[in-house]
Design a protein around this ligand. Structure first.
Ligand SMILES: O=C(O)c1ccc[n+]([C@@H]2O[C@H](COP(=O)([O-])O)[C@@H](O)[C@H]2O)c1
Ligand SMILES: Cc1cc2nc[nH]c2cc1C
Length: 339
């Protein structure tokens, strides 16, 4: 039916409403930066981060007073293909661990004074096995994207995305392969630590999924629904919702970036409000970041997920903002400027 309302239409409508950064605030922040007691440019990337935050927050004095790590958890039918080195029950187990405060992300959030919220997405009902059927139908996927927008409810001034989901590096690899082509082998990696046989099963699963769904993969939202997972759809919603409220986002690793890649495929400017917190050790993450046009803040060989790499990068972002707001100008300090 020509006039049928489709669940994805609401998402597409939001993509038409994305604001840009405040150029005046960026100019004002850069002007202040040039007056601070340091040689011009000597804080390197920290100065870029400050200007970026100024633009999205619309203030020459950016702030990281209410940062939030939002961790989305989902389960994946594709684990039936032997693609992970851990059982599916670990997803539920780790959600309990997050709640109890025992995971790595809890400690990193404590270290940098970041709030943490965990969003559990029907863990008892894994998504469809992408080698056999779509992970989700359009209605479910759209509803999950909308649910992810909840991450903005508490009004964070910086949003860090994280995920937990056994099998989700296979879903992410399938998304990259569908969006960016190449071979299945280009996008799969060891995830939680599969051996060579496991790696071959991952490539085979990605290849089978692409072959099964190939007639439907021209639309990035169909790619997300058919090949993704609930946590990936929810993160896409959170990234989009942040943009609509001018909240800057810090992306984490391989799986978080697959949600971002779907948005970029829908609109090349959709990730302008996003920083890449780190490059993970998952083999294809560096390649994905290159495709996204993002330079990671950190490269620490991390491959945990949970938002952990991005949360560590918040420490760097906080340092950038502290310098910008707290440093004296040459005039204030009575320090002689450059001759
Ligand atoms: O963020 C990454 O780059 C990353 C790389 C490897 C593994 N992970 C995490 O490991 C889980 C998925 O791994 P797997 O092997 O089960 O597909 C999931 O919970 C992710 O958070 C995450
Ligand atoms: C133990 C464990 C913790 C995790 N955190 C994110 N992904 C994970 C995967 C496993 C297996």
């Amino acid at each position: 039916m020509a006039d049928e309302v489709r669940p994805f239409d609401d998402i597409r409508a939001l993509l038409l409403q994305m604001p840009g950064p405040d150029q005046a605030a960026i100019a004002e922040a850069r002007a202040r930066e040039s007056e601070l007691t340091k040689p011009a440019g000597s804080l390197g990337r920290l100065e870029e981060i400050t200007a970026f935050l100024a633009g999205w927050q619309g203030s020459a004095r950016p702030h990281v007073d209410a940062p939030l790590v939002a961790v989305f958890a989902g389960n994946h039918g594709v684990v039936a293909q032997g693609v992970s080195s851990f059982p599916q029950s670990v997803t539920t187990g780790m959600v309990a661990n997050f709640t109890a405060g025992g995971a790595a992300i809890n400690q990193i959030c404590k270290a940098f004074d970041i709030s943490l919220k965990v969003y559990e997405l029907a863990l008892e009902r894994p998504t469809g096995d992408i080698t056999q059927e779509p992970a989700m139908d359009e209605r479910n996927c759209a509803a999950t994207i909308a649910y992810g927008m909840e991450a903005l409810a508490s009004g964070p001034d910086l949003l860090v995305l994280g995920e937990m989901g056994i099998g989700n590096t296979t879903a992410a690899a399938a998304i990259y392969h569908a969006l960016w082509g190449g071979e299945a082998e280009d996008w799969v990696g060891r995830g939680t630590g599969v051996d060579d046989a496991g790696l071959r099963r991952k490539a085979e699963a990605v290849r089978a999924a692409i072959a099964l769904h190939k007639a439907h993969l021209a639309d990035p939202l169909e790619v997300l629904a058919r090949l993704g997972g609930r946590e990936i759809a929810a993160m896409a919603g959170a990234i989009l919702a942040a943009r609509l409220r001018n909240v800057p986002v810090v992306l984490d690793g391989f799986v978080v970036c697959s949600a971002a890649a779907v948005l970029q495929a829908l609109d090349p400017g959709a990730l302008d409000h996003c920083l890449a917190g780190h490059v993970s050790a998952e083999r294809a993450h560096a390649q994905a970041l290159e495709r996204l046009g993002k330079t990671p803040i950190l490269n620490l060989g991390m491959r945990l997920g949970e938002g952990s790499g991005a949360a560590v990068a918040v420490g760097v972002i906080k340092a950038a903002v502290a310098c910008h707001n707290g440093m004296a100008t040459f005039a204030e300090a009575g320090v002689a400027g450059k001759e």
